[in-house]
Design a protein around this ligand. Structure first.
Ligand code: AMP
Ligand code: MG
Length: 317
C-alpha cells in the first residue's frame, strides 16, 4: 500500500493504544514530549531503529535517546550509579537525559547506541508520552521528529510538514511546553554536561554536590562525528571489497559468499539494522582485517558508509 500521509492519532486512550500497537509492529510514531515531538520506534527492534535514521535522512548514525515510562524498567538496561540516583530523584520525570553504561545483556539495539557501550535514557514528564510508553511497555528510541537539518518540531503539523509519510503515525497532543531538547549529562565516567538544556549546569552541580565537566560547544556539535574514536573495531577495516583476501573476516552486502551478510537482498534498512552488531561479532573473532562489500552511496547507505569509513580510518597509536 502506498500512503502519502501519516495516520493521525488523537490524544485519547484509543490513540495511545494504537500508537503502542504500531510501535510493537516495528512502525514509527511521532508523539509529543515536554521538549519537542519525538520520532519513536521500539528501541529493541534493530530494523525499526534503522527506519528512524532513514526517515530523518541523517548522514551519520549519532546515538539516540531511549524513553521509558518507569524507572524500574529503565534501570534494567543501564549500569545505575549513585549520581544517576541523585539526578533521577531531583529531575525525573522531566527534560533530563542521562548517559550511562549499557547492561551488557540489554536487548536494546546496538544501533541505538551507534555501537558505543553507553546508553542515553530519559523518563519524560509529558502525560501523553507517558501514556504511550506505558501502553507500549518497553523503551522507545526517539530523536526529534524532523528531517535532518530542519528545525525541531513543537506542533504535530511541524512533524507532518517535515516527515510526511516517512512516519507511520503522528499523535497530536498539542504544543510542546519546553520547546528545546533535554539537558544531557554523561555519567559513564565523571559527570559531564554533554548538551545544555532547560535544566541548568548550576542546578545539576548543586544536586550532585560537585561541578560538572563541560564539553565545549564546538566539541558537542562534532561529538557524533567523533564517535569513531570511541568505537573502532580492533581489526583493520577494508572497504569496497569486491573480492576477499586470505584470512579476512568477510562482511558482505548483496549476493556474495561471506561470513556475515548485512543484507543479501541489498536492503539498506536491513543493512543498517545489522551494522554495529555484525562489526562487533566479527571483531570478537579476533581477526586482522574485516573486509566489507561496497554499499551504495544513497539514502541510508550514506550513513552506513560514513560509519564504515570512520572504522577504516587510520588509527592513532
Ligand atoms: P536528539 O535525540 O536528536 O535530540 O539527540 C540525541 C543527543 O544525545 C545527540 O546529541 C547524541 O549525541 C546524544 N547522545 C545520545 N546517546 C549518547 C551516548 N551514548 N553518548 C553520548 N551522547 C549521546
Ligand atoms: Mg534534533
Amino acid at each position: 500500500m502506498i500512503t502519502t500521509a501519516p495516520e493521525l492519532l488523537s490524544d485519547t486512550d484509543a490513540g495511545h493504544h494504537r500508537a503502542a500497537g504500531i510501535l510493537r509492529d516495528g512502525g514509527l510514531v511521532a508523539f509529543p514530549t515536554e521538549t519537542v515531538y519525538g520520532l519513536g520506534a521500539d528501541a529493541g527492534d534493530d530494523r525499526a531503529v534503522a527506519r528512524i535514521y532513514e526517515a530523518k535522512g541523517r548522514p551519520s548514525f549519532n546515538p539516540l535517546i531511549v524513553h521509558f515510562a518507569d524507572l524500574d524498567a529503565l534501570q534494567q538496561h543501564v549500569i545505575w550509579t549513585p549520581e544517576a540516583d541523585l539526578l533521577a530523584r531531583a529531575y525525573w520525570p522531566g527534560p533530563l537525559t542521562l548517559v550511562l553504561r549499557r547492561q551488557p545483556d540489554t536487548p536494546i539495539s546496538a544501533l541505538v547506541s551507534a555501537g558505543l557501550d553507553t546508553l542515553a535514557v530519559r523518563l519524560p514528564a509529558h502525560d501523553t508520552a507517558r501514556a504511550i510508553l506505558r501502553a507500549f511497555g518497553g523503551g522507545v528510541a526517539a530523536p526529534s521528529a524532523n528531517r535532518s537539518g530542519q528545525i525541531s518540531p513543537t506542533l504535530a503539523r511541524h512533524v507532518v510538514g517535515s516527515l510526511g509519510a516517512r512516519v507511520d503515525a503522528v499523535l497530536d497532543g498539542g504544543p510542546c511546553k519546553v520547546g528545546v531538547e533535554s539537558t544531557i549529562v554523561g555519567l559513564a565516567e565523571k559527570p559531564v554536561l554533554l548538551r545544555p538544556g532547560g535544566i541548568t549546569e548550576q542546578q545539576l552541580a548543586q544536586t550532585l554536590g560537585r561541578p560538572l565537566a563541560v564539553r565545549h560547544k564546538a566539541e558537542a556539535i562534532s561529538a557524533p562525528g567523533q564517535l569513531a574514536s570511541h568505537y573502532a573495531p580492533n581489526a583493520l577495516v577494508r572497504l569496497n571489497a569486491t573480492d576477499w583476501e586470505q584470512g579476512e573476516l568477510r562482511l558482505g552486502f548483496g549476493n556474495v559468499d561471506c561470513d556475515l551478510n548485512l543484507s543479501p537482498t541489498e536492503d539498506l534498512v536491513e543493512a543498517a539494522s545489522h551494522l554495529f552488531d555484525y562489526l562487533h561479532r566479527l571483531d570478537a573473532q579476533g581477526g586482522g582485517t574485516i573486509a566489507v562489500s561496497p554499499i551504495p552511496h544513497e539514502g541510508l547507505g550514506i550513513a552506513i558508509n560514513d560509519r564504515l569509513s570512520r572504522a577504516a580510518a587510520p588509527r592513532d597509536e
